[in-house]
Ligand binder design. Structure first.
Ligand SMILES: [Zn+2]
Length: 117
């Protein structure tokens, strides 16, 4: 079941990030699985560029999505952008499939990405 983290879970994840833990060391605040995953997307809008970040647990599919200004940021690659647009639309309509696809990309080595600020 894909469900966003609640505010206390996001706080717990933020504390692990501030403590300097790598994604692989971070513990899911919902199910206790160690090893979180992350996907970045840079969205070039008409007025501004945004960086969208998904952080998720591969075990329970708890996730957090956040958006910040992406001005000046670049990604080495975006494997989701290489998908057929029709396939991407289907995935986006069903978060369970979307995160299953992200997991498959992670396991095949196409994720994680490298973000340059
Ligand atoms: Zn979990």
């Amino acid at each position: 079941m894909v469900l966003p983290y609640d505010s206390s879970e996001i706080t717990a994840l933020g504390a692990q990030a501030r403590a300097g833990l790598d994604l692989a060391e971070r513990r899911c605040p919902r199910c206790g699985h160690v090893g979180m995953r992350r996907y970045y997307k840079i969205f070039e809008g008409p007025a501004r560029t945004s960086l969208i970040t998904y952080l998720w647990c591969p075990s329970c599919h708890g996730y957090d999505g956040s958006t910040v200004s992406g001005a000046g940021m670049t990604l080495d690659h975006d494997p989701m952008a290489e998908l057929d647009p029709a396939e991407l639309r289907v995935l986006k309509a069903d978060l369970e499939s979307y995160f299953a696809k992200l997991d498959a990309l992670w396991e095949s080595g196409k994720l994680p990405q490298h973000l340059t600020e």
